[in-house]
Ligand binder design. Sequence first.
Ligand code: HEC
Length: 201
Amino acid sequence: MSQNDKQNLRRDNEPSAGNSSVPMWLVLLVGLFFYWGAMYLDQNAGGFNSKVYHPFGNYEEVDAAQPKDANAQLIADGKRVFNSTCSLCHQPHGMGEVGKAPPLVGSEWVLAPKPDRIIRVVLDGLQGPINVKGTEWNLAMASWKGTFNDHQIAAVLSYIRNNWDNKAPAVTEEQVKAIRAKEKARTQPWTAQDLQPIAER
Ligand code: HEC
């Protein structure tokens, strides 16, 4: 190899450091990918909550679509019965009306720990003198046992025990069913006096 050849070889293979600019189209493409990625996450990531998937946008939407617990369903059913029937006399605000019906809000009858008396009241009706929150009433309420089934009665009682400022354990369909069976021979409305021996707690 001649001296000249050696020099040529060195020159050709020598890596050269220089600047070459990133092509504009690549910058735009990467930018576009970022944009698309951000949009994709925005639409599908449910606010970065691991419990949320398409088509729900956030956790509130998922929660609203979930079936509620059994008591909430019962109370919702009870609200329908109340609004279509009981509210005519006891009023939508539950405070009753003079000459029509006593209050359910704050009523010691409604809020008794055991619902054994009010289940009877709704099944067979109530008449004669009754004291509710210190006021004497003397009217009459019809029987509802032919109108509403056990579920509906449990529902409406659970509703009046847990609406307005009232707070008391829900009433179950089984409790209504048991009392309906026990009192099936009864043909007369209850009186407050008849109900006294029935345990409230
Ligand atoms: C036609 C009017 C009327 C309707 C409708 C009616 N009630 Fe009554 N309710 C009365 C009257 C009147 C009394 C009091 C009876 C008495 O003076 O002895 C009463 C008493 C009660 C009581 C016991 C007293 C109290 O205020 O806590 C409860 C509980 C009750 N009703 C629940 C209901 C429920 C639940 C419904 C719907 C299924 C209903 N009522 C529908 C008129 C009505």
